[in-house]
Write a protein that binds this ligand. Structure first.
Ligand code: MG
Length: 303
């Protein structure tokens, strides 16, 4: 029964789901799936299967899943920019890249002040064309999701690539910044910290940072929500500002005030989610080896 997928903690969540909408397993042959992104013009979803070093594609019209790119430099998070181009975080090259219209690959960032980045993890674009990404160490910690290497850059930070290509460091007070997304008005940048993987004292939280100076830097952040099961990895925001986050037992939904209003249970640990479909009301979920989806009564904000 579809109802069993949902846990309603707050009446607000009832308005955001269809209790009879089932959770569908679209694919289950991955090793660790991540970084879903929906490309509206082509009507397909792309996602990473990081340890298998491949990008996968689910075609919305046919339902067929196929390998999009084998040997993808251990890509992790993705987003689609305002032009419809795929922006990718690559572990092995320790870079953020863009796939151009002719298929060529452009490196947008791979070092800061002369030192290589760790392993860009997740990425989002602001409406001014700046690209914001997190840079924890998961892609260089071992050979499982990239190539093992020492971190040279002095920590795990959040960066912004200005439209003119300048790279700036914007957040330095997190242990392992991971997922990130803006509020609908772009006045808040939300970032999750999965630092508990490296430091047992690190709280598994989503932090909220006020965006200042026309999207050029952020003020001091504060904890918005703490994860009660597992860790928050990737997440997305809907047009009303609700946050739909990955967690250990499924998708957790938070009101803009940080209240956990409900959950959608998943059969595996969830790493990331995105909204897709022509109405952007279908939530796609990367959960360990699986890609799943569920229709919700909310629309994703941005791409
Ligand atoms: Mg991530």
């Amino acid at each position: 029964m579809a109802k069993e997928h949902y846990e309603i903690r707050d009446r607000r969540f009832e308005q955001l789901i269809h209790v009879n909408a089932d959770v569908e397993i679209l694919w289950s042959e991955g090793r660790w799936t991540e970084g879903p992104a929906y490309l509206p013009a082509a009507r397909y979803l792309i996602w990473s299967d990081i340890p298998n070093d491949r990008l996968m594609r689910w075609d919305e019209a046919s339902g067929i899943v196929s390998v999009f790119e084998q040997g993808c430099r251990n890509q992790n998070g993705h987003t689609v920019d305002r032009m419809g181009r795929l922006i990718s975080c690559e572990h092995r090259t320790r870079a953020v890249t863009r796939r151009e219209f002719d298929g060529t690959r452009t490196v947008l960032a791979d070092r800061f002040e002369g030192k290589p980045l760790n392993s860009p993890n997740d990425v989002v674009e602001a409406s001014d064309g700046s690209i914001w990404f997190t840079d924890p160490t998961y892609g260089i910690d071992s050979d499982y999701e990239g190539d093992a290497a020492a971190s040279e850059i002095g920590g795990s930070f959040v960066y912004r690539i200005d439209p003119d290509g300048t790279l700036e460091r914007v957040i330095t007070d997190m242990v392992q910044p991971n997922g990130l997304a803006f509020s609908p008005d772009e006045r808040i940048l939300y970032v999750s910290d999965t630092g508990r993987t490296h430091n047992p004292d690190c709280k598994p939280v989503i932090r909220a940072y006020p965006v200042l100076n026309s999207c050029s830097r952020v003020g001091s952040g504060s904890d918005l929500a703490e994860c009660e099961e597992g860790l928050f990895d990737g997440f997305r925001v809907d047009t009303n500002g609700n946050i739909w986050s990955s967690a250990g037992d499924g998708v957790h939904c938070f009101a803009p005030d940080g209240t956990l209003i409900g959950k959608i249970y998943m059969p595996r640990v969830v790493a990331n989610v995105c909204f897709g479909g022509p109405k952007r009301n279908r939530l796609f979920i990367c959960a360990t080896n699986m890609l799943l989806s569920v229709f919700v009564n909310a629309r994703g904000c941005g791409l």
